[in-house]
Ligand binder design. Structure first.
Ligand SMILES: [Zn+2]
Length: 67
């Protein structure tokens, strides 16, 4: 497979959101199309997430900083 950027279901081409799903002793990370909601399991496995996610600063785009 070459670059995977465009949703195969609806053609949305600006990338994906992610989701985390328990899989045995680990979590898998998958992709969700922000337009149609189609999910893709791409085989990413990480150690099981425990507790609440850490919070951090909000993302600020350059456009926000220049206004
Ligand atoms: Zn889509």
């Amino acid at each position: 497979m070459e670059e995977f950027r465009i949703c195969q279901q609806c053609g949305y081409g600006r990338g994906f959101h992610v989701f985390f799903k328990p899989r045995g002793a680990r979590h898998s990370i998958g992709l969700i199309c922000p337009s149609c909601g189609r999910s893709y399991d791409i085989g990413w496995l990480i150690p099981r997430l425990e507790g609440k996610p850490e919070s951090g600063p909000e993302f600020k785009s350059d456009a926000d900083n220049n206004s």
